[in-house]
Design a protein around this ligand. Structure first.
Ligand code: ATP
Ligand code: MG
Ligand code: MG
Length: 546
């Protein structure tokens, strides 16, 4: 596999170690369990685990589960599965909700030191009072409550005496700060809601910007890496660590999030696609989720190689989907067998081939990887070819089959088209061809040449299969803005074809991968494929313009 490229975060760690600011590294991947992970999360996972690995440090998997309304154990389980599948073992599994008691106690420290107060203003009033960049904020009328009163009110908030929204706990920092995050941010809110981990134990929950630095400090995280939109929160992060008198002092660093063309990358939006039935679930192969990519047929190796290649930057950018596709082709090229599948079958009868005879022909499993050996494929009087490999009226330079023309059937013989059978509507339903026994593949025949080679499957032993052909789910290339992405859904993101594969593939298991000659790479669908009805998801076509 490719090596991680050097990046500014790695340089920071090197410097910290050199100057003795730290003597070990702990990073963390801190998902909120409110959805399935997507390829953007993979970038963060790979970055955190590989930075720690390189410096013999540790990486924690921590569920940032401080918002009871949106979180669920289904998401917790899927996140664990996806991180493992990507190839990483966490050095500790943590839940932010396990720290609720400690967080509460730290809030009490703030109150005692005159650094936090209970505020009865509504969310809207608080937003108004915090103001905008062009004006200083207004102080809350509750800002000067005494320590004793604040302690008592905070305790009563915890005891459930107040309704949702009736009070919050706010930090007392600076209503004139040029950084709005520092204008007395909310630390705790009241929410009478059951939590997936703590049940009904709590009815006050810490806000992200209070909870997150405490979580990092409690776990002894040294380098807390997040995406750029948290840059303005860094002073607050440091304030919380300092004023809560935490022993450990983690530091926050920001990097550019991953954006990909024709892709929405936010759990909220992905959940909307699931909830509105635009896709079949979080693991629909059209989704940019780890589980969707896995089901489509992406490998962890390909995703890791992609993440390393795009690297880590300080400025946002949009990566072309083609780059991700490039890495799965590269990964599968030498690994998977190349076989023949006919997606839209047209029957060909080889009229001069003996009835009831079947011969076995040898075919290479992967011409680029001799170690994969050869296989035997049956050939008999009837075969299927692609409908698209025949035309009655060939345009100039058409080298595939048409009346009177001769082509090679891959790994087999030359055949020549003599007759066309049509149904009542005029549709071509069968071709009558003759073959030339002299032209057998591998026989060294040089008598004459043909310009086209087409693939086929022997009809007597063909295995029926469904093929799912995916196109971009989102038509608009740039989905980084908040544009209503639901207006840009591709109505043709899934095409279904019913055809045949070689008999060798009948025993294919879920997640087995193949290259089908001329069609691209395919994966056996893990949910819908059965021995009687194989289902293949197209991972990617063969050609890349990247
Ligand atoms: P989303 O908006 O998709 O829900 P999030 O940031 O709210 O994303 P979290 O569960 O909080 O999701 O994310 C866990 C970690 O993954 C965070 O450290 C976050 O910075 C990182 N992350 C999320 N999206 C991306 C992305 N597109 N590129 C890189 N890192 C990401
Ligand atoms: Mg988040
Ligand atoms: Mg989120």
């Amino acid at each position: 596999e490719n090596k991680p490229t050097s990046n500014f975060l790695r340089n920071i760690i090197l410097e910290d170690l050199k100057l003795g600011k730290v003597d070990h590294i702990i990073t963390r991947f801190p998902p909120e369990p409110n959805g399935y992970l997507h390829i953007g999360h993979a970038k963060s996972i790979i970055l955190n685990f590989e930075l720690a690995d390189e410096f013999k440090g540790k990486t924690h998997l921590r569920f940032d589960d401080t918002n009871p309304a949106k979180e669920d154990t289904e998401y917790v389980e899927s996140i664990k599965e996806d991180v493992s599948w990507l190839g990483y073992e966490w050095d500790g599994l943590f839940f932010a909700s396990d720290y609720f008691e400690e967080m509460y106690n730290r809030a009490v420290v703030l109150i005692k030191n005159g650094k936090a107060y209970a505020c009865d203003s509504t969310a809207e009033e608080i937003r108004q009072m915090r103001g905008s960049l062009t004006e200083v904020g207004q102080r809350s009328p509750y800002r000067d409550r005494s320590v004793e009163e604040n302690l008592a009110l905070f305790e009563r908030m915890r005891q459930g005496e107040f309704k949702d929204g009736a009070k919050v706990l706010r930090a007392k920092i600076d209503m004139a700060s040029p950084n709005i995050n520092m204008r007395d941010p909310v630390l705790y809110r009241i929410a009478h809601a059951a939590h997936h981990n703590t049940g009904d134990k709590w009815c006050i929950y810490p806000m992200y910007s209070f909870a997150h630095p405490l979580e990092d400090a409690i776990e002894g995280v040294t380098h807390s890496i997040c995406t750029l939109e948290f840059e303005d929160q860094r002073p607050l992060y440091d304030w919380v660590i300092r004023e809560c008198e935490m022993e450990n002092t983690p530091h926050q660093y920001e990097f550019a999030r991953l954006n990909i063309t024709n892709t929405v990358m936010s759990k909220r939006k992905l959940k909307q696609l699931v909830d509105e039935g635009v896709v079949d679930g979080w693991d629909d192969p059209r989704m940019p989720t780890i589980s969707g990519l896995r089901r489509k047929g992406y490998t962890a190796e390909a995703i890791r190689a992609f993440a390393r290649e795009i690297g880590v930057a300080k400025a946002d950018s949009v990566i072309d989907t083609k780059m991700l596709e490039h890495f799965i082709r590269e990964d599968l090229k030498l690994k998977v067998p190349r076989t023949m599948a006919v997606l839209k079958p047209l029957k060909v009868v080889i009229t001069n081939y003996p009835e009831n005879q079947v011969e076995m022909l040898e075919a290479e499993n992967n011409p680029e990887n001799q170690e994969m050996g050869t296989r035997q494929i049956p050939f008999s009087r009837e075969v299927y070819i692609e409908q698209d490999d025949f035309t009655e009226n060939p345009p100039p330079k058409y080298h595939r089959l048409f009346p009177g023309n001769e082509v090679r059937l891959k790994n087999a013989y030359f055949i020549k088209c003599n007759d066309i059978v049509k149904d009542e509507t005029g549709k071509v339903i069968e071709l009558h061809c003759t073959y030339d026994i002299e032209t057998k593949s591998g026989s060294g025949f040089t008598g004459r040449k043909v310009k086209g080679t087409i693939h086929w499957v022997d009809a007597s032993q063909a295995v029926p299969a469904e093929f799912r052909l995916y196109e971009a789910l989102i038509l608009d290339e740039d989905m980084t803005d908040e544009a209503s992405f639901l207006d840009h859904i591709n109505p043709q993101s899934l095409g279904i074809a019913h055809g045949f594969v070689e008999p060798n593939i009948k025993v294919a298991k879920p997640q087995d991968k193949f290259q089908f000659f001329r069609h691209g790479y395919f994966n056996v669908d893990p949910l819908n494929s059965t021995n009687d009805q194989l289902v293949f998801n197209r991972i990617v076509s063969l050609k890349s313009s990247f």
